[in-house]
Write a new protein. Sequence first.
Length: 369
Amino acid sequence: MLLQYNNGIHPVDLFKINVMGFQTHRDNFCIDDSKNNLINRLLNFSQTEYNEEYLSKKFSIKSTSDFNIQTVQKELTKVNIEDGVIPCSYRPFEMKYIYYDRLVVDRPRKELLVNVKRKNNILLGIGRQGLAVGDIDWCLTTVSNHPVDANIFRRGGVNLFPLYLYHDENKNSYLETKSERLPNLNLEIVKQIAEKVSLTFTNEKETTKGTFAPIDILDYIYAVLHSPTYREKYKEFLKIDFPRVPFPKDQETFWKLVNLGGDIRQIHLLESPSVENYITQYRVGGDNLVVKPQFKDGKVFINETQYFDNVPQIAWEFYIGGYQPAQKWLKDRKDRKLEIEDIMHYQKIIVALTETHRLMQEIDKIDFE
């Protein structure tokens, strides 16, 4: 079994470049749920005419070797702060806004700045060591089309594999040419995949029959990593290193997994229309303050009177990255009132988790090894 496993595709070998998630070291200053709140905070900071001690206390920050309060304040007056604010993937199903610049983010990661910031790209996230999140089924994989926080998983960090590489006009490029983007893939391994599936590889997705593209490879990997049988069979190996993904057996099996992996990817990005088909209802008319989330008889109570109804237990208990998103998302909003947008978003999360579980069972019906 070890030989079979080790003969699989190693993501570090397949993707030419990978990078850890970003680290700000001051999330409360340069990250926020609200884009407007973040912009206003940084504007306020840049325009406040007080000494460093006052600024440090007011904004809960301090100068370090990587971040000088007075220098940052001065530099922020020279830029359009709004232009630097973009979405980021903070935790599973938790999007926030970040001022994504080395000025305030200690470890923005060059590979993310060049290839993901305001770029049409997608990141495959994989945890290296399953042991980091304890004795639960391996669940250390995610996708995003925005920069990803290093702590999107509960422990152990995340390695991000961009699907494409872009030309950097300002510094040394990852590309040998000035093409807008090229696949971040080892073409020798891609050639092996192409031979096994009898298809022609193309840099971009085409409608031409007989071809496959980078997104298909990502979706194939995402499907395999969501196979319960695969996770159980190789659980001891998954505890200590990156997963190895078996080469596709044949074209038919490849496309089945690509389609299922693509469905899960779109669900996790909340881009699938299916997440709009709510399976839960929210009791309207009371106080929407989150006090202590509890699950009981298919209901998720946020306080003594308000609850989401018809929540499947599998969704409430489902793990991604060592977190249980249906629980964590609410716990992170303790002592806050849920707005209409929050209520809708939570219902999407429940659909996404329920559908992920269903699709995982469909993947397990396919013999891909």
